[in-house]
Ligand binder design. Structure first.
Ligand code: GAR
Length: 202
């Protein structure tokens, strides 16, 4: 059987992103907005492990095709990869996606999967450290700053090459929700821009 491989030919002009999101999808929306009229980059799919993810509705608003998958389809059957190849996806963008990416997908899209983490890695990273859990831990530790990390994805949680970190000061009196809001603001400001630069060179 021939090995399934996405198109990695750099002469193909258009970069076609697939966003993976498990929840609300405010970052997904910021990315879809940013690339809506872009000459060479488009958001061509949004995938989710969660059929109730609000991110799916955001995608529909942008006429972006969606695919909901279960653990078996993602981890074992490679059905997700077949779908990505059918849609001619060149790059994967994780935006609030909570599952570990399996080895076969990391290998198929080597260097072409990016993630955003809502803290300054390597602190507050790893299994179980996602979404509000991160902001609650930052608050409990009384940190005087937090931030975001945008990094490439490998087989381990939060360990790929870092492309950008951005920081925001904390007074120490913020609630976890207020910390989340400050971090989200940084995410919307930087993630689309970093994605644009990264796809240009990968
Ligand atoms: C974002 O803050 C993102 O950094 C975080 O989940 C949130 C999703 O928000 N991702 C992780 O924690 C991954 N480890 P959104 O659904 O509104 O974009």
């Amino acid at each position: 059987m021939q090995k399934q491989q996405p198109d990695s030919d750099n002469s193909v002009h258009e970069k076609r992103l697939a966003i993976f999101a498990s929840g609300s999808g405010t970052n997904a929306e910021a990315i879809m907005t940013y690339f809506a009229n872009h000459p060479s980059v488009s958001v061509a799919a949004l995938l989710s492990n969660n059929p109730n993810a609000y991110a799916l509705q955001r995608a529909q608003k942008f006429n972006v095709p969606t695919f909901v998958f279960n653990r078996h389809q993602f981890k074992e059957s490679h059905e997700v990869l077949s779908w990505l190849i059918e849609k001619k996806i060149t790059h994967l963008v994780l935006a609030g996606f909570m599952w570990l990416v399996p080895d076969y997908l990391v290998n198929a899209y080597a260097g072409r999967i990016i993630n955003i983490h809502p803290a300054l890695l390597p602190r507050y990273g790893g299994k179980g450290m996602y979404g509000m859990h991160v902001h609650e831990a930052v608050k409990a530790a009384g940190e005087k700053e937090t931030g975001i990390t945008i990094h490439l994805v490998n087989e381990r949680y939060d360990e790929g090459k870092i492309l950008l970190q951005a920081r925001v000061k904390l007074t120490g009196t913020e609630t976890a929700d207020e910390i989340a809001a400050k971090v989200h603001e940084l995410e919307y400001r930087h993630y689309p821009d970093v994605i644009e630069k990264w796809v240009r060179n990968s």
